[in-house]
Design a protein around this ligand. Sequence first.
Ligand code: IPE
Ligand code: MG
Length: 224
Amino acid sequence: MDGNGRWAKARHRPRGFGHRAGVESVRRIVEDASEIGLKCLTLYSFSTENWSRPRAEVAALMALMREYIEADLERLKREGVRIRILGTRKGLSNDILKLVDRAVAETNENTDFNLNIAFNYGGRDEILRAVRRAAAAGEDIQSMTEQDFATYLDTADLPDPDLVIRTSGEKRISNYLLWQAAYAEFVFTDVLWPDFGRAELIAALKEYTGRNRRFGVSEESEVA
Ligand code: IPE
Ligand code: MG
């Protein structure tokens, strides 16, 4: 979800105004994704690198996360949404941890839609935490398979993403789902996150549908 700052700047408003609009976009897209029939949506809301933003902006982003869960949890619960949080607990305040733990615990019986929030998330950090967990669990590192290893990731019980969408014209992975996105399709759009809505989601899905996914296997016609 990129481009909140530029969205605000274009309106001569502070960055926080863009982040607030970004949350509205989150609310809409969760509804849209579920209505369209998607089962799983992961949103990159705060990266381990985002801590190096100005203190006030970090505080504003934390406050918005708090507000979103406080305001929407009951409704998401009713709508059958299961919330998972991907990322490290390190650096997060106790009140935020309590709140996200509650969101996860109170929705863990839901099965209609999986909403994963990558919050205080970094792909390298996740992989390193998974290595440590595997070691702590006494896993035999020498004989460990990719499937074994994946059970130590934050996404342990989730499928790999089929499609990764990045908004705002940036064409980077920025430490997002590094392990899981190995064979994901990528769609890049210039649309800024607060403007990303149902039409843009459908366009991205259409583009995805037209892709020929081979997972590293050659096409039959290419085989001599
Ligand atoms: C994305 O918007 C929101 C978060 C990283 C939380 P940005 O804040 O990165 O917006 P730009 O890139 O400055 O436009
Ligand atoms: Mg950005």
